[in-house]
Write a protein that binds this ligand. Structure first.
Ligand code: TEU
Length: 580
């Protein structure tokens, strides 16, 4: 099993994971090899040459571990075995070898803020068996008289220990009759939070991580890793916007201690790519997670640029401005420029399809998909390509709740109707179709055969109805497709250090339509100009930006090869000029 030679070059701050483009695979929806309608490891192995042709350097594989699938695998019941629908450990090793044979690294998803309630640890904990008694966060209930909130479940005249809310709706506590106490779950009730204050829990996690490293993986994506430390005493949260209690579990008091210990116990090899998913993290938090004197993570997934229009509730998303979008991304570019590193993404398995969210999935689907790809591949940071975005896959239609699969969406619809905020599903359908997570989980579209070539069986979730025109086979046959544009961007980034290591500088911050910036690395310069509007706009290059030596490197339409001091940009037009 050959492991790709590290591309670390002579300069000390170079790392393969800074120069890499990472491809995210949501296994359930990627490719089904055995006809059960659910993607699997065999299906991924069938597509490794596809990944190689696209030119990606690493794969982030979402969870394939044993799980009851309450949250599609983010509820793990055995960290060291493979969910049988996906295959087994031999299949997993075959995938690892197939990727490594093509110099593609494998990053596994690490979900250790919580486990499944079907994990043996939780079963032993609820029975108060030995060391497992304190593996999770158990508390007695609170007298209803002492609380200004109600909790429907649990013993009469008792409410949950505090007023925290779960991310998927409802209280963050569930009463367990067997143990006679409440347990904390920041997500679904089938995802009990581990007690990270317990050193035995931490040791068990590190032992498991080291085992996976011994299998030959190249790093971890760490699920909600900034939630693992909760405020001592678990005090009530304020009724601030968003998830009640968040300030007591996001970037908590001991999170850096735990991550530094994890680094010491598991992650001392800095050729590993470690990316911490950090909902609610700001730049100053990230500087502690990734900085040279921080916790040792390579990078984090921040959420500001995908939640800034939520207005406290993701289902209210939609009213956003390019000026604010630019301000946020620039803040992160500059905030981690000197010490640390950015991940760059616009969608994933939790976010809607980027061309629908930030572009135009109608008349200008191709142009705007290429525009957004130009942004993600020319900002400073590691681009993460989510399966299907390289085709310009779009959000889907969900005509009824029967077509939904995601626990978050299903809970939202039920709660909205129960609370009287919606009379029927139709009253929340627009919100579901704009930001629901199922948009990203419709099957990968391989060709125009039935079920988009994803499965010979009945897919676990309907395919997007546009698969006959939006699919890999059609895209690879068309030199002008989004797919070829991604391949060209990946190649361009590989050939030009300025796109990886160059300093970012935003131009025209107040321009409501154009996102423009320069990249500078010694004598190498780059100018990126992106029109985020469906109409033509005039762009004036600021006088202090040198155009000397700049040649067109890539564009999503026919444009002059040398930049002029001012020019018109067509609808969703993207241009990248570089010094040769
Ligand atoms: O997501 C954490 C997280 O913040 C998301 O729940 C996000 O806020 C929400 O989905 C937006 O609608 C991670 C995983 O990526 C997600 O798939 C899991 O459901 C979640 O953690 C629990 O493990």
């Amino acid at each position: 099993m050959s492991k790709p030679e590290s591309k670390t070059l002579e300069q000390p701050d170079r790392q393969w994971w800074k120069e890499a483009v990472v491809y995210q695979i949501y296994p359930r929806s990627f490719n089904d090899s055995d006809g059960d309608g659910i993607g699997d490891l065999g299906g991924i192995i069938e597509k490794v040459d596809y990944l190689d042709a696209l030119g990606v350097d690493a794969v982030w594989l979402c969870p394939v571990y044993e799980s009851p699938q309450a949250d599609n695998g983010y509820d793990i019941s055995d960290y060291r075995s493979i969910h049988d629908t996906y295959g087994d450990l031999d299949d997993w090793r075959d995938l690892l070898d197939a990727l490594h044979d093509r110099d593609i690294r494998l990053i596994m998803d690490l979900v250790v803020n919580h486990t499944s309630d079907e994990h043996e640890w939780f079963q032993q904990s609820r029975r108060r068996e030995g060391e497992f008694e304190d593996y999770y966060i158990w508390r007695d209930g609170r007298s209803a008289d002492d609380a200004d909130y109600d909790t429907a479940d649990g013993p009469t005249d008792e409410v949950a220990p505090n007023n925290w809310e779960a991310a998927f709706g409802g209280p963050a506590w569930t009463y367990d009759v067997e143990r006679g106490q409440w347990y904390l779950h920041l997500f679904d009730e089938k995802q009990p939070d581990l007690n990270w204050r317990n050193p035995t829990v931490r040791d068990s996690v590190y032992e498991m991580m080291n085992w996976w490293l011994s299998q030959g993986i190249d790093g971890f994506r760490m699920d909600v890793i900034n939630l693992i430390s909760k405020t001592e005493g678990l005090p009530d949260g304020d009724a601030e916007s968003g998830q009640t209690g968040a300030k007591h579990f996001m970037n908590g008091p001991k999170v850096h201690d735990y991550l530094q210990e994890m680094h010491q116990e598991v992650l001392t090899d800095d050729s590993l790519l470690t990316v911490g998913e950090a909902p609610g993290a700001h730049v100053d938090d990230a500087q502690q997670y990734v900085g040279s004197d921080g916790d040792g993570l390579s990078m984090v997934f921040q959420f500001e640029h995908v939640t800034f229009d939520h207005d406290g509730d993701k289902w209210d998303a939609g009213d956003w401005s390019l000026v604010e979008f630019k301000e946020i991304l620039s803040k992160w570019q500059n905030g981690l420029a000197d010490d640390g590193w950015n991940s760059i993404y616009l969608n994933n398995h939790d976010q809607p399809r980027m061309v629908s969210r930030f572009g135009d999935d109608g008349a200008y689907r191709t142009e705007s998909a290429k525009l957004l790809a130009t942004l993600t591949h020319t900002l400073q940071g590691t681009p993460f390509v989510y399966q299907g975005e390289e085709l310009g896959m779009t959000n889907a239609e969900f005509a009824s709740t029967e077509e939904l699969r995601d626990v978050e969406a299903l809970n939202f619809v039920e709660a909205a109707i129960e609370a009287g905020d919606a009379a029927t599903y139709d009253d929340v359908r627009d919100a579901i179709e704009y930001v629901g997570r199922d948009n990203a989980r419709t099957p990968m579209q391989w060709d125009d055969a039935e079920h988009a070539g994803f499965t010979d069986g009945e897919p676990w979730i309907d395919c997007n109805s546009n698969y006959e025109t939006v699919n890999v086979a059609r895209a690879r046959a068309n030199e002008d497709s989004v797919w070829h544009y991604y391949r060209d961007l990946i190649e361009l980034r590989e050939e030009h250090d300025v796109l990886v290591y160059g300093e970012f500088s935003l131009l025209c911050p107040e321009d409501p339509a154009v996102f423009a910036y320069t990249r500078t690395l010694g004598e190498e310069h780059g100018l990126v100009v992106l029109n985020f509007e469906p109409e033509p706009v005039e762009f004036e290059v600021p006088a202090d930006v040198t155009l000397d030596g700049l040649e067109l490197a890539i564009a999503n339409t026919e444009v002059p090869t040398t930049p002029r001091p001012s020019f018109e940009l067509g609808p969703y037009e993207a241009r990248v000029y570089l010094t040769s």
